[in-house]
Design a protein around this ligand. Structure first.
Ligand code: FAD
Length: 455
């Protein structure tokens, strides 16, 4: 089913990406082969284990940037079921002992009888940017920088907050929810326009993407800015690939679908093409897909870099047999990841530049993790938080400076001083990192599926 890099068929479709991933020395074909054959199957199985399937998250935070969060998710499938204590592994049950009992779900999250997909005309507001964000941002960041523990973090972790609850990720899969319209658009718009350095996203005044591309905005930015943009765009692409790959459909047109009591789900080629084809995206779709590979390579490298630390983790859930299996499975996947032939080289970043650039990079990413509290659909918020926390954890590993002794020799990273005493990872960081990487990995896998359908 998957072809080795040298046997890849004649390229035809827009999603048949050629050459190297931008700003990396690694080819798309290498990632496809390595991911689809070696990494994805291992990760898929690992992420079903008790240690990795339960994620502690606070989905009840108020949006720090604007008051009128629209809960525009139109389907009952947007709702997240949190775990009851009895369903959790022993180790995690202790963790919620003194927590207040779960609140009843808010009615606004459950709009079972609404029409699928919210088709509100949001275009009239597309250009509006909420200016209050900057002031708010400032306050939030001020608080953040006063918080010692958080100094080397790139994202907000809310697992310690009072209203945080365990969620079983396997029972709440990331898939099409119908979340769209003004609310979803405002989140992406804010991420690109407010929080990024210079994004090629256009406002309505700028006539088209084509025109924007002529200005080559991205090419003119420095590496760090491009990395930032590519990470976010890669995450965005991954989310949109997933919603096309796990789309609600009827039995009739879905031989590949999975039947469950919550509906019939499966890949929707039309949806994928509509989101990424050159015709509908002014040729940008291909670049967004390439950014997915970029984000993948950054997280892959972070896991390789933190491998010595992870090899000392117990992955304790209180069930001896399965904990041992998880340790073996993690070790196996770390071996595969470390042997990847062409890792992203983070040492090229933040060299000889003003230290403020690194801080700015961290602060901007921190804001992106905070914007997730403004997402008006529970399930999208859950996966948005998990993936930004995973990405933030990867950035912390790469840029917190606690692995400075890692050197690149003959294209292989050598870790002289594997773990510094002051480098610590929380359980939620490990869970988020692996699950976030799992999302990117599965997007690349689904991309192959769509490619094959288009051939
Ligand atoms: C954090 C978050 C999580 C979400 N999770 C889900 C989910 O689990 N299930 C679900 O069904 N929906 C989810 N959504 C909604 C989904 O991402 C889309 O916003 C929605 O389907 C509407 O799509 P759209 O066609 O309007 O374009 P959007 O995806 O909303 O994009 C807005 C604009 O950004 C540009 N753009 C699109 N992709 C990229 C890219 N990769 N890089 C750069 N620019 C881009 C395009 O110009 C596009 O018009 C989520 C949204 C957010 C903000």
């Amino acid at each position: 089913f998957f072809q080795s890099p040298d046997k890849v068929a004649e390229k035809q479709c827009f999603c048949e990406l050629k050459g190297n991933v931008d700003d990396c020395s690694c080819s798309v074909d290498t990632v496809d082969y390595y991911n689809n054959v070696k990494i994805f199957p291992r990760l898929k199985s690992l992420l079903q284990s008790n240690y990795f399937r339960f994620f502690k998250v606070n989905l009840h935070n108020d949006c720090p940037f604007w008051k009128d969060v629209d809960f525009e998710c139109a389907m009952k499938f947007c709702h997240v079921e949190s775990c009851e204590e009895k369903d959790l592994p022993v180790e995690l049950q202790d963790d919620i002992d003194d927590k207040p009992k779960k609140e009843a779900p808010k009615d606004k999250y459950l709009k079972e009888n609404q029409v699928l997909g919210c088709k509100e005309d949001y275009n009239k507001e597309l250009d509006l940017v909420n200016k209050s964000i900057s002031e708010k941002q400032h306050e939030e960041l001020q608080k953040w920088s006063e918080h010692d523990e958080a100094q080397d973090s790139f994202c907000v972790l809310d697992d310690h907050q009072e209203k945080a609850e365990y969620v079983d990720l396997l029972l709440n899969p990331e898939r099409f929810t119908g979340y769209q319209g003004r609310s979803a658009n405002r989140i992406w718009q804010t991420i690109y326009k407010e929080n990024c350095f210079k994004s090629p996203k256009v406002s309505k005044e700028q006539s088209s993407y084509k025109q924007l591309m002529k200005t080559k905005v991205l090419d003119e930015t420095c590496l760090e800015e491009r990395v930032f943009y590519r990470m976010v765009s890669g995450l965005h692409a991954s989310i949109n690939v997933h919603l096309a790959a796990n789309f609600l459909q009827s039995e009739k047109d879905s031989p590949l679908g999975m039947v469950s009591k919550n509906g019939l789900w499966g890949p929707n080629l039309k949806e994928f093409v509509a989101r990424f084809s050159p015709e509908t995206t002014y040729g940008e779709g291909e670049k967004w897909l390439r950014n997915l590979y970029f984000a993948y390579l950054v997280e892959l490298r972070a896991i390789a870099k933190v491998a010595p630390y992870l090899r000392n983790e117990e992955f304790f859930t209180g069930i001896e047999k399965s904990d041992k299996e998880v340790r073996l499975a993690v070790n196996d996947i770390l071996n595969v990841i470390e042997a990847f032939p062409s890792h992203f080289d983070e040492s090229i970043m933040f060299n000889g530049v003003n230290i403020n650039l690194k801080n700015e990079f961290r602060e901007k990413f921190l804001n992106i993790s905070r914007i997730m509290d403004c997402v008006g659909c529970d399930k999208c918020r859950l996966w948005g938080k998990l993936q930004t926390q995973g990405m933030g954890t990867a950035l912390k590993i790469l840029f917190s400076g606690k692995f400075e002794h890692n050197t690149l020799e003959n294209n292989i990273y050598v870790t002289d001083h594997p773990i510094r005493d002051d480098f610590k990872m929380r359980r939620s960081e490990i869970v988020a990192l692996f699950n976030a990487f799992g999302r990117l990995s599965s997007s690349i896998y689904y991309l192959e599926l769509f490619r094959n359908q288009l051939r």
